[in-house]
Each structure stands twice: as C-alpha cells, then as structure tokens.
Design a protein around this ligand. Structure first.
Ligand code: GLN
Length: 274
C-alpha cells in the first residue's frame, strides 16, 4: 500500500476543505505559491516544500481563529483595484462602493474632496482615480493606517494630501471642499456583530459610545467646510439612516437622501450645503 503523501497540492487542499472550504483553501495556497488558482488544478500532483506546507497550515489555523483572508494574503479588491491591507486598517467592504457610486454621481468636474478617517485609503484613492483633475485630501488619526494609505496611493499612482489627525483637527478653518466623504466607526459597542470583527481595528469599527458620535462630529462641522452646493456623504449602520438624516437636517444640510447597499439596507446618507 502506498502511503498518501501530505505534501502534494491535492493532499493539502483535501486536508483543508473540511476546515475552511475549497474556495479559501485555493486562495491561500495560490497566494503562498504566488501562482493563479488555475495553476493549482493543473499541478495537483506537485510536491510542495516544507516551508509551503508549514505556512499553509499556519494560515489555515489563523483562518480557524477568525483572521480574515485579506489580512493573510495582504490585499483586498475595492472598486476594481487592489488595496494593501493589514490589521491596522479596516478591510474595504463592497458596501462602501455605494458611497463611491453616489459621490461620482454628484461630483462636479475637478472636485476638491475630503475623505475623513481614510484607513486603507480606499475611498480617497478611488475618487482620485475616478475623477481626473480632482484634489483629494485624506485624514486619519492612526499613523499606522496613514502609512498603509500612502503605500496604496503610491502603488495606484494617486496624488493625495494625507494628514494625520482626528476628524476636523487636521482641517484648517477656512478650507472648503466640493465633496466630504467618510466611512467612520458606526457600530455600537454592544452590537452583537462586533465580536466577529475582532481582528479588525476596533477604533475603525466602533466609537465606543452609541455608534453615532463620530457621525455627529463629522456632520456638525461639515457645512463650514463645504462650498455652496457641495455634498457630504457618509456611510452608516443599517438602522441609522433616520438618525443620520436628522443630524444632516439639524446642521443645515439640504437635499438629504439615503441610499441602500446591495443587501437592501440603508447604508449611505447624503446632503448638500444649500
Ligand atoms: N460596515 C462595516 C461592518 O459592518 C463597519 C464599517 C464601519 O464601522 N465603518 O463590518
């Protein structure tokens, strides 16, 4: 009887399927080998080095601990581009693409744009790439996050004015923008979904208060930093649209509307300076 070797592509994948599923097993092994997934199918008898096997085993056990795949492979696709990610930044979500789509629909030509709490830089960089002639400023209070965002901007050849600081702190009193965008931390600290997101930066997910405090901070001063007719667009939780629209109204914004994500939940609220 021939012993089944554990160090072939086929054996490693077969071993991982009950733990993490075929799809992720292929993604992780292909990443480690720096080959496309199709390569694995064509080479399923190939013997792998001990280092590959060890790295793969480590990735599988990290997955079982809940580490998201993008942190293991180091990138995530967003609006058709790849962004480097690590645990210092939130993993870009498809929900946030809705914010981009809406911003692109209302933007003037060559806009001045501000992205607050940029994280990986996915919003700022996507807008810079999609709007030729735009001038984009992006802030974050995390130095580690800004370093990732700067890397992404360089890799994607986007020219962004990055600034360190919390919410309005890095913005000068007289600075005005056509578009102000943000995906701030909006999850309530006691939200039942938060534990499942334990590997992502908690300060990017929750305000530690009521889910609305950062949104409030942003909306409160937006009008001072918008040109006439300029738009504020924020991402928020599925049940926060009404509260956010109320904030928009109470701070003087007009033409307020909320837009659903592809899961059918209100996800983005927008309004403009009259
Ligand atoms: N939409 C993200 C999630 O629910 C949260 C993003 C955020 O707090 N800004 O996983």
């Amino acid at each position: 009887m021939t012993e089944v070797k554990r160090n072939t592509v086929r054996a490693l994948i077969a071993d991982a399927i009950p733990k993490i599923g075929r799809f992720e097993a292929f993604i992780l092994l292909a990443h480690i080998l720096d080959k496309p997934k199709e390569y694995l199918i064509a080479h399923d008898d190939d013997e792998l080095t001990d280092t590959t096997v060890m790295t793969f085993d480590m990735f599988v056990s990290m997955r079982l601990d809940g580490v998201p795949v993008p942190y293991l492979i180091g990138h995530q696709e967003f609006f058709g581009r790849y962004f480097t990610v690590d645990p210092n930044v939130l993993i870009p979500r498809p929900d946030t693409e809705v914010l981009i789509e809406q911003a692109l629909m209302v933007t003037p030509e060559r806009p001045k744009v501000l992205d607050m709490g940029t994280g990986s830089g996915c919003i700022a960089i996507t807008i810079a790439k999609e709007c030729p002639g735009s001038q984009v400023t992006a802030t974050d209070f995390s130095e580690a996050a800004l370093a990732i965002a700067k890397n992404n901007a360089e890799a994607l050849e986007a020219d962004i004015d990055f600034r360190l600081g919390s919410w309005w702190n890095p913005i000068k009193d007289n600075e005005k923008f056509d578009l102000i965008l943000s995906n701030p931390p909006y999850i309530r600290p006691n939200d039942e979904h938060l534990p499942a997101l334990q590997h992502e930066p908690q300060t990017a997910l929750t305000d530690g208060v009521d889910g609305l405090s950062c949104l409030h901070e942003i909306v409160a001063h937006a009008i001072e930093h918008l040109d006439i007719g300029g738009w504020l667009l924020v991402e928020h939780g599925w049940d926060q649209a009404e509260a956010v629209a109320d904030l928009f109204r109470s701070y003087g914004l007009a033409a307020i509307r909320s837009v659903k994500d592809y899961g059918g939940n209100d996800r983005v609220t927008m309004g403009r300076r009259p």
